[in-house]
Design a protein around this ligand. Structure first.
Ligand code: SF4
Length: 138
């Protein structure tokens, strides 16, 4: 099986705070399958570490108030390009991220409040017919 995964789940230090979300189930998938890792936020040109962002009224906004929507959407478009080329059977993404979250994301107030809805990359991939799952649902 060919699987695309959020790079931070594979242990890459691409998270906003310079850390990762290393996940044992994902590491096992990597051992048993062909795996492609992507980090849409880095691919959109954002540095690591970076200011955390949330989606506020449909616009990805950094905690310091900057509009980072273009970078997030550029990264999502690059992930879609890779998915179109590689045709993964499954895409496993980090839960609740403004890029990678599949079922839920934070509401844009930076208060830890969750709302239903996907991050921009997960949304774009699903709109194009790719099967995406939050890592927590693996
Ligand atoms: S954008 Fe996705 S892959 Fe990159 S650090 Fe955030 S959750 Fe992980």
């Amino acid at each position: 099986m060919k699987i695309m995964v959020s790079a931070c789940l594979a242990g890459e230090n691409c998270k906003y705070n310079g850390g990762n979300n290393r996940n044992e189930k994902v590491l096992q998938l990597i051992e048993e399958n062909e795996v492609i890792t992507v980090c849409p936020e880095q691919m959109g040109g954002l540095p690591t570490p970076r200011v955390p962002s949330e989606i506020r009224d449909g616009v990805v906004t950094a905690k310091d108030g900057r509009n980072v929507d273009a970078e997030f959407r550029a990264g999502a478009a690059k992930c879609l390009e890779i998915a179109m080329r590689e045709k993964p059977d499954l895409i496993v993404l980090q839960s609740r991220s403004p890029s990678c979250g599949v079922k839920q994301r934070y509401d844009g107030t930076f208060s830890g409040t969750l709302v239903d809805g996907a991050g921009v990359t997960a949304q774009l991939l699903m709109e194009n017919g790719f099967r995406c799952t939050d890592v927590e649902d693996l």
